[in-house]
Design a protein around this ligand. Structure first.
Ligand SMILES: [Fe+2]
Length: 270
């Protein structure tokens, strides 16, 4: 099974942010995904659809995401604002309240999507309703499960990001621990950089934003340092015995080349 992980487009009503044309960058990602990965089962968008949360930003999102040739599923991040999020993206899944919390039965397993965003605060939190919902969904299924949310639950080493991580990660860990081995992977956004590893034995990954990035100020007390590094999305392949994740720097496709094995001479641009 193949799906796409895309995150943090940070759209604005004006179309740009920090001198980056964030709408165009998302359009280019959608075009690249449609062209190269039209066989993907879906696109998962792990939050921060808008930067300021204005209605006009969600109008852009609805128009650009509509270009996908496969289903797409967003969730809310700390920059998103409700109800503008739901008004601009009426097709976005939600629970019977205002949480972007839902599940999908996919050919690769059970996708469980959590809403860690609390309006008005940058750090994340999972309420008791969602924790109980997660526990129940895991109890009801014997399929391999994949978790999606916006905030990272672990200490990453980048202190400016760790100050705005998921606050009650112990509560999430307690639910996960009640279902040993059932969750295969955790996907999140929020980091705006390449970052992967394992948390309490659970493999995790995120991917660069389609807008601006965050530099790796590891174990420093610097405030958040942003960067105009190239954006990316991830192609995720789920098989019976492997989960493979390929980050795609979609604005650098013109840099590809082949080379002659014997001479080492570059022979052709792709
Ligand atoms: Fe973000």
């Amino acid at each position: 099974m193949k799906f796409i992980h895309l995150t943090d487009p940070h759209l604005t009503a004006a179309g740009s942010l920090f001198d980056i044309d964030v709408c165009e960058r998302l359009r280019q990602a959608v075009a690249s995904i449609n062209h190269h990965h039209g066989d993907a089962e879906m696109v998962m968008v792990t939050g921060d659809i808008a930067h300021w949360g204005e209605p006009g930003a969600y109008d852009h999102a609805a128009e650009i995401f509509a270009e996908f040739t496969m289903p797409w599923y967003p969730l809310a991040g700390n920059h998103d604002k409700k109800p503008a999020y739901f008004e601009g993206l009426p097709m976005a899944p939600r629970d019977d309240g205002d949480r972007t919390c839902f599940h999908l039965e996919t050919s690769g397993g059970l996708f469980l999507v959590l809403d860690t965003a609390i309006d008005g605060q940058p750090e994340g939190e999972l309420d008791d309703v969602q924790l109980a919902w997660l526990d129940q969904k895991l109890s009801e299924s014997d399929r391999s499960a994949f978790l999606f949310m916006h905030h990272h639950p672990m200490i990453s080493g980048i202190s400016a990001l760790d100050q705005i991580k998921l606050e009650n990660s112990d509560a999430l860990a307690a639910v996960i621990d009640r279902h040993p081995g059932q969750i295969s992977h955790l996907f999140f956004g929020h980091m705006h950089r390449t970052f992967h590893g394992s948390w309490r034995g659970l493999p995790f990954s995120t991917v660069k934003s389609t807008a601006h990035q965050v530099t790796a100020e590891i174990h420093s007390d610097l405030p958040l340092v942003s960067s105009r590094e190239m954006p990316a999305y991830a192609v995720v392949l789920i098989d019976d015995d492997a989960i493979c994740i390929h980050d795609i720097s979609y604005l650098e496709e013109d840099k590809a080349f082949t080379y002659d094995r014997d001479s080492g001479k570059p022979s052709q641009s792709m």
